[in-house]
Design a protein. Sequence first.
Length: 292
Amino acid sequence: MQPFAYERPRRVEDATALLMQRGARVLAGGTDLIAQLKEGRRTASIVVDVKAIPEMVAIARGPDGGWRIGAAASIRALGGHAGLMAEHGALVQSARLIGSLQIQSRATLGGNVCNAAPSADAVPLLVALGATGEIAGPGGRRTLPVEDMAQSPGRVSLAPGEILVSIHLPARGTRSGAYYLRFTPRREMDIAIAGSGVSVTMAADGTIADARIVLASVGPTPVRCRAAEAFLAGRAADDQTIRDAARMAAGEAKPISDTRGSADYRRHLADVLTRRALSAALMDAEQRKAAA
C-alpha cells in the first residue's frame, strides 16, 4: 500500500474542501476502499474519514414522517435503531446481507450506494422506496434520487469535491409493503447473481395502486422495471398478476454471461425472485394495514 495522508474532519464543509485535493478519497466504512488500496486497484494521496461528522452518522425521523439516514451510519447502527427497523425492516434486512457481522460494524448504506456495484444489496430497495440522496460540495447542497446515483459500475453522479451526506426515505403509508430477495451460491459472504427489490402501495379497494420493481446484478446499474410497474397499477393482487408482472420484469433485465452465471440463468432468476418478492411485499402491506 502506498503512503497517504489521513484526515478526520468534523464538518461536511471541511470534508468537501479536503476532497478537492488531487487523489483524495472518502472513507466511510472503508470495507472496500482499504482492500482496494492494499491490492493496488486504487490509489489515494489523502483519505478523508467522515465518521466523525455528526450529521453523517445520525439516524432520525424527519418532520415529514420520513427518515434521514447519515451516509456514514453503519449497517449495525441501522439494525440497532428500533424505529427505523419497525418501519423499514425490509431495507435493514437487505443491508444486513452485506458482508459479515464484523464488516457490518463498519460498512455503510452510503458506501453501498457510492460503490455503484451492480450487485449492491441495499440499493434496489432504496430505489424502490423512492429514496433521495443529499449531496454536498463546494457549490452548496443538492438532492438527487438514489435511482440516478449510479452511472456505470464503480462510477456515481458526484462531481469533484462532492460527497453523499445522507439518504432520505419518504414516509410510508399504512397500505404499503416492501421486500428484497437475492440469489447467491453461498448462504453468506457472497454477492448476488441476481436480486429483486419491490415496493407496493395498495388502494382502498384492494387493488395495487402503485408498485416499483428494481433488479440487481442484471445490468450495469440497478434496473428499474417500468413496464412491469405500469402493468401492476390498478390490477388485483392475485397470483396471475404477480406471475405476469414477474415475467415482464425479467424481460426488462439486461444481464451478461460471466463465470458466475449465464444471461439466461439471470433472467430466470429475475423472474423467480421478483415473483417471490412481490408476494412478500403484498403480504407486508396487508400486515401493516392490519396493524394500523
